[in-house]
Design a binder for this molecule. Sequence first.
Ligand code: RRO
Length: 311
Amino acid sequence: MNLATNFFDYPLENCLMNASGVHCMEVSQLEELAASMAATYVTKTATMAPRLGNPEPRYRDLPQGSINSMGLPNHGLPYYLAYLEKAAEKEPQQLIFCSLVGMTTSEIFAELKMVQESSFNGFTELNLSCPNVPGKPQVAYDFALTDKILAEAFTFFKKPLGIKLPPYFDLAHFDEMAEILNRYPIKYVNCINSIGNGLVVDLATEAAVIKPKGGFGGLGGAMVKATALANVRAFRERLRPDIAVIGTGGVTSGADVFEHLLCGASLVQVGTQLHQEGPAVFQRLLTELAAIMKEKGYQSIAEFQGKLQTL
Ligand code: RRO
């Protein structure tokens, strides 16, 4: 069975990677991802300065997924860039993604300038969809602001850039966001970030299960898969063919990986399940994906990628 694929000019052993935020905050965790069966990986979304994030408890695993309001705990962009620059020196062919976010547009531009001036030449993922910073709405729900940020960013940023999107729930919003994205030289979109501002209640204690924001937090895992697949499919149908889609959301099995690929994903990220299972999850998912492909008679991902049938 051949699980190999490629992401632009990078040949990859398979299509799997972590979702930003899971197992990627510390250098030790990034090294574990590098040594795992994941084909590539992404660093924790970084702000310019280090942040402690929201008060705990701020993450809860649930029977059907997870809820989190981490609030962007991270070591600051210079910490991740130093790691990425060193990793590229050791293994120049290894693809790695650097995720970043700004609390203000000027912070975003300062970070992109820092990446531009660094020796890191991998993909930068601009996270326009963090749902968990009190008082800061998800940028990509503001279409005009997203347009303005991209217009300014591409005046000086010349390295490969992708955008992490929040889930959309209306076809008019898919149309409107795709029309904006298609006007810029972005390399990929990543669908989806967690479904923002869910509320999970503990029946026994009659309390919310996480502390920040009165218990409101981003939903991930199995319960978001249908929304994730819809977003992957909707953007694959609307974006220029040279813009890739990375599928994220609800991957707990090889079948879920297959479905993301079928809907048009080029790579598939694992968040909640990686948190629950650790980096060994990648080997299990690949074994399950290979078994499904064998049963269906597929010898490579290219044979079914993006080929969802409709009735
Ligand atoms: O750190 C977080 O609270 C967080 C981020 Br930046 C994000 O993009 N998505 C998410 O579910 N949590």
